[in-house]
Design a protein around this ligand. Structure first.
Ligand code: SF4
Length: 437
């Protein structure tokens, strides 16, 4: 029998409303999760996909696999799930029939549901993914995941929370309510979903016409935690997910190709470096506390000086392992020559790259993207000071690939479809749904 885990609990302190601009202006920094999920909990349903070695061991023990066999059986499952991408226990031919039957009675290898897939003209793919319900209060959380292929690498941008704890004023996800943290399995499952969709398993092939790297490596070669959520408000699950993703006998992603981006949760940064040993990115976006307090309100808790001190102390920092500072270019807000000069002064002594991001406007946002000449001028000042300062090429603009946008668009379209259905108007073609709704 499949075990159904009721791990979602309604959070009595939840603020179950999206954050209004007025609330932001009043200094609202953090939201409370509507649902809480027990730390280290397995995901909803009974899928083994995404579990850690310890969780797999517990799952096997629960169906009566003897203690002396557990290590070997975990290694077998690990290989099939994470190296081969198995979708059916029947594929696991080095396990006896009896064990396979027991496994399929108790568990599945189900992936989270892909609600929609959008493919940009530039090859960027964006999935809206619905996680299995974690209990009666949870209808199945929806998150976004974006795949950005280039000739020599494929980057997957994953989410760490449903919504986000924080309220950064330039970010669309910041306007959405925080539902809950994702479990480590749900974070790993985003990589599994991506590998399924682009044929990134041994013996699989990409879909007809798909743009994937052609350097002979894996199609997903890099992970960035830059989707929905603040990863360092979910550090336990993020660190556990990185352990699974980087395991040399399974998904084998190099930790140096995994980047965790934080808005500046200073107390968690050292732990991330020590335990996950990944690359670090900082959503800086402003060089003065007064402005950063507004753009990235967590700055009111941990100001620029505290943040940069924590960067200097980041374990493993070196010229080969630079910190990436993300800087969104907002017209007339943070894009002056003086801002650029202050930026390079602030970062003195920190091995760093500066990633300039043209702002991708979303409906209702109060900012505009800086003019191209301004971005070039800013980049020039930073470059002359000795910092690599690539301007991030906007990807997937035709599919609203900035974080949080697909979810909101889909919610809007659903509301429209519901309204049309109520009025007896056919809703076909309103939005693309892949796997049923
Ligand atoms: S920028 Fe990141 S931390 Fe800030 S609201 Fe958006 S998702 Fe959250």
């Amino acid at each position: 029998m499949a075990t159904v885990l009721d791990i979602a609990k309604r959070n009595p302190n939840a603020a179950p409303v999206a954050v209004s601009n007025a609330a932001r202006a009043a200094g609202f920094i953090e939201k409370t999760a509507e649902l809480t999920v027990a730390a280290g909990a397995a995901p909803g349903g009974a899928s083994l996909v995404g579990l850690t070695r310890d969780q797999l061991k517990d799952s096997l023990a629960a169906i009566g696999v003897p203690e002396r066999e557990l290590k070997m059986r975990v290694a077998q499952l690990w290989h099939w799930i994470y190296f081969r991408g198995a979708k059916d226990f029947a594929e696991m031919t080095n396990m006896g029939k009896e064990l396979r039957a027991k496994l399929s009675q108790a568990y599945t290898l189900a992936r989270p549901q892909v609600v929609s897939e959008q493919v940009s003209k530039d090859g960027t793919r964006k999935w809206l993914i619905r996680m299995a319900s974690t209990g009666p209060l949870d209808k199945g959380a929806e998150i976004e995941c974006v795949y950005i292929p280039e000739v020599d690498r494929g980057t997957l941008c994953v989410s760490s929370q449903v919504g986000c704890t924080l309220t950064c004023s330039f970010c669309h996800t910041g306007t959405q309510r925080l539902v809950r943290n994702l479990t480590s399995a749900e974070i790993v499952a985003q990589l599994i979903v991506a590998r399924d969709a682009i044929g990134d398993w041994p013996g699989a092939t990409p879909p007809e016409g798909a743009f994937v790297p052609n350097d002979g490596g894996r199609f997903v070669s890099n992970i960035v935690f830059m989707g929905m959520g603040e990863p360092l408000y979910n550090t336990d699950n993020v660190v556990a997910a990185i352990d699974v993703m980087s395991d040399g006998e399974g998904l084998t992603l190099s930790r140096r190709r995994i980047t965790v981006s934080t808005s500046g949760v200073v107390p968690q940064m050292e732990r991330l470096g020590a335990e996950a040993n990944t690359m670090l990115a900082i959503s800086l976006h402003a060089v003065r506390d007064e402005l950063r307090d507004e753009l990235v309100p967590i700055n009111r808790k941990y100001d620029i000086k505290q943040l940069l001190d924590a960067c200097r102390a980041y374990p493993g920092l070196s010229n080969a392992r630079r910190i990436t500072f993300e800087y969104v270019m907002l017209k007339g807000v943070n894009d002056s020559d003086a801002d650029a000069r202050t930026l390079v002064q602030l970062l003195k002594g920190i091995p760093a790259k500066i990633n300039l991001i043209p702002f991708n406007p979303w409906p209702g946002s109060k900012y505009e993207c800086s003019d191209w000449e301004r971005i070039e001028r800013f980049s020039e000042i930073v470059y002359r000071a000795g910092y690599a300062s690539p301007v991030r090429t906007p990807r997937g603009r035709d599919i609203l690939a900035a974080c949080g946008q697909l979810k909101s668009e889909t919610e809007k379209l659903r509301a429209r479809a519901r309204m049309m259905a109520e009025q007896g108007i056919g809703a076909e073609g309103v939005y693309a749904v892949r796997d049923g709704e």
